[in-house]
Design a protein around this ligand. Structure first.
Ligand SMILES: [Zn+2]
Length: 127
């Protein structure tokens, strides 16, 4: 798969999350993965179906970012979290909470945010 089609798939996911219709891909063995995928990364199944992403998930792990690449420079400090949503883990910036207040196990909702530095859309979470 080319980089271009991966980007297009990612943009589709952002659009879907933004309109409240986020989804993941499920195979018949119960594995979940994030688009774009054509094959289940865990078992190689090609029978992938789109399933609605749960509206709320739990912070599994997170990192407070104080220094980063220039394209995120104005966003620091910010928190990048891996949030468990059903069978998938989604990575994104946590917004609307002080970095010190983010906790493992906190409930958050996936959303789409713009980075403060470049205005690019990216996956985010809000309490
Ligand atoms: Zn699978």
């Amino acid at each position: 798969m080319s980089d271009e089609s991966r980007d297009a798939g990612h943009a589709d996911l952002l659009d879907a999350i933004e309109s409240g219709e986020g989804y993941y891909l499920a195979c018949e063995n119960g594995h979940g993965s994030l688009p774009p995928q054509r094959i289940c990364p865990e078992c190689g199944s090609r029978e992938l179906t789109q399933e609605a992403l749960p509206e709320e998930g739990e912070v599994e792990t997170f990192t407070v970012i104080h220094a980063t690449t220039p394209s995120f420079a104005e966003d620091t400090p910010y928190v990048v979290a891996v949030v468990g949503l059903g069978p998938v883990g989604l990575t994104g910036q946590v917004r609307g909470v002080e970095p010190d207040a983010v906790e493992t196990g906190a409930s958050v909702r996936p959303t789409v945010v713009e980075t403060e530095t470049t205005g690019e859309r990216t996956i985010g979470f809000r309490p």
